[in-house]
Design a binder for this molecule. Structure first.
Ligand SMILES: [Zn+2]
Length: 499
């Protein structure tokens, strides 16, 4: 018995003006075959969990390809094609396979395909046939479509937000596949889509109202009604024809699975109006930072410019406002601006020059601010994570730390793992020594900053990952969809499917 293993992961933001290329994936590192297996050892990601499960259950596997890129603009067709060619060639040269266990993101879009992961699962099904077992892991922010449900045996999503269970999710997907392949248990899956999206900064599995729903789902598992559950909140900056949140349950009794899914889907629908973040104005945040004498930083969260959610990371509106007010205290900012990094390298450490900061990528949402700043330090841009996926190295390309009096600005070429304090610490900015620290993330920052900050203040610079979903130019999502219209009449029973 042998299964195929592959990983494809990129969260697409339909409102980013640029495109994600195959080169962007190559920069992250594409690995194949035995290199793929080796590259994920000890780094706590989904593929590692998948391999562990297969090894524990004694099922042999062919690691085919691992492709991953930073969340960002929708992908070019070359990305999907590269992945599929690799799968096709593995099936030709190493098949036949009894199944496939995939590590997918679930919210990936290309210029040709709304549902890249659905198309991947459908393609793998067509290659392996109806009897093969196909299981996949997904991000909690996946768009679990009808195509995914129809073509896979199992879908397992992260159970945590902020996400800290990457490896565990892969393990669950691998374990479900093994149990079915080895006929240890008869397992079925139920699925109920819920036509709603929520700003990702407005909820967490750790906090109410979602925490109660999560507790109920966990109890369904611990009481033995089902084997596995996933509650998917589709990432809300995905403009696709078929999209939405969803609940999935896996267990031995299809009727029980369906009942559990319906109950959880009804709960998600019921809390839809309680999942938006409380926002502060720039001035409120700047003043709070000035008055902050706690010895711990206030975290200013600009989720709308979060590169984890696919935004460009090139907005500098809060910094611009702070300079405008004339306030100058220990504050740390971060902005993506490749040309400014180049200039800092030309200017050299210790020297001062005029810099234009921000607005180099997303020219619609971000405007540049001109500053006179000193080059404090220059870096190769590699840093190691301290939070979830501890030890994983991120590559930003070269970056520079600039200083305007007591204000420090980390200027990068790209951003990654923005919720991890090492993004600052590694480059000489210790967040604990600042009164105000700008973090461009939605919820991931809680893991790293939750314990070390004095308070968290959300603001919205209206970039590609804005919480103002009604203000975004959605063109493809269906009309009957929360928050664009109410879904009180949406019938979870009528929309639940079981197999
Ligand atoms: Zn996510």
């Amino acid at each position: 018995m042998k299964v195929l293993v592959a990983e494809f992961s990129q969260e697409s933001n339909s409102f980013c003006p640029t495109r994600t290329t195959l080169e962007d994936f190559r920069r992250y590192g594409i690995t194949t075959g035995a290199d793929y297996r080796e590259s994920v050892r000890g780094i706590g990601i989904e593929s590692e969990g998948i391999f562990t499960a297969l090894e524990e259950y004694g099922i042999s596997y062919a690691p085919v390809i691992r492709m991953r890129a930073q969340a960002g603009p929708i992908t070019l067709p070359e990305v999907y094609n590269h992945f599929i060619e690799s799968i096709d060639s593995a099936v030709r040269s190493q098949g036949p396979f009894d199944g496939a266990v995939l590590s997918l993101h679930g919210a990936s879009q290309s210029t040709e395909r709304d549902d890249v992961c659905g198309d991947i699962v459908e393609h793998v099904r067509s290659l392996l046939g109806p009897r093969a077992v196909i299981s996949a892991s997904y991000d909690l922010h996946a768009n679990i479509t009808r195509k995914i449900f129809d073509n896979s045996d199992f879908a397992c999503g992260y159970l945590t937000y902020p996400h800290v269970d990457f490896r565990e999710t892969g393990y669950r997907a691998g374990k479900m596949a093994c149990m079915k392949l080895l006929k240890k248990k008869e397992l079925h899956m139920s699925w109920c889509p819920v036509p709603m999206i929520e700003p990702a900064s407005g909820y967490s599995t750790e906090k109410e109202p979602m925490a109660t729903v999560v507790r109920k789902a966990k109890k369904m598992v611990s009481d033995g009604f089902i084997e596995d559950y996933s509650i998917f909140e589709m990432q809300p900056w995905l403009d696709v024809k078929e999209g939405g949140s969803a609940v999935v349950a896996i267990g031995s009794d299809p009727d029980v699975n369906a009942k559990c899914v319906q109950e959880l889907a009804a709960d998600m629908k019921a809390i839809r109006t309680q999942m938006s973040p409380k926002l502060f104005s720039f001035d409120e945040i700047i003043e709070a930072g000035e008055k902050n004498e706690t010895g711990k930083p206030i975290i200013c969260v600009d989720f709308s410019d979060s590169s984890n959610a696919g935004a460009a990371g090139d907005n500098s509106d809060v910094l611009a406002r702070m300079l405008e007010t004339g306030k100058n205290y220990d504050a740390a900012f971060i902005v993506v601006d490749g040309p400014a990094v180049d200039k800092a390298f030309e200017v050299g450490v210790g020297n001062t020059a005029k810099f234009s900061l921000g607005g180099t990528i997303d020219k619609v949402c971000s405007r540049p601010v001109t500053v006179e700043a000193k080059v404090k330090s220059l870096h190769d841009g590699d840093f190691k994570l301290e939070g979830p996926s501890r030890g994983l190295v991120r590559h930003l390309g070269t970056c520079a730390l600039l200083g305007i009096g007591r204000i420090h600005i980390l200027v990068t070429r790209t951003m990654a793992s923005t919720g991890d304090p090492q993004l600052y610490r590694h480059f000489g900015v210790e967040p604990m020594l600042y009164k105000l620290v700008m973090v461009k993330a939605n919820t991931s920052f809680y893991a790293g900053y939750g314990e070390i900050c004095s308070s968290i203040m959300f603001t919205d610079t209206c970039c590609a990952a804005t919480a103002d979903l009604k203000g975004l130019p959605f063109r493809r999502l269906p009309r009957c969809f929360y928050p664009f219209s109410d879904i009180e009449d949406f019938d979870v029973k009528a929309h639940t499917l079981s197999k």
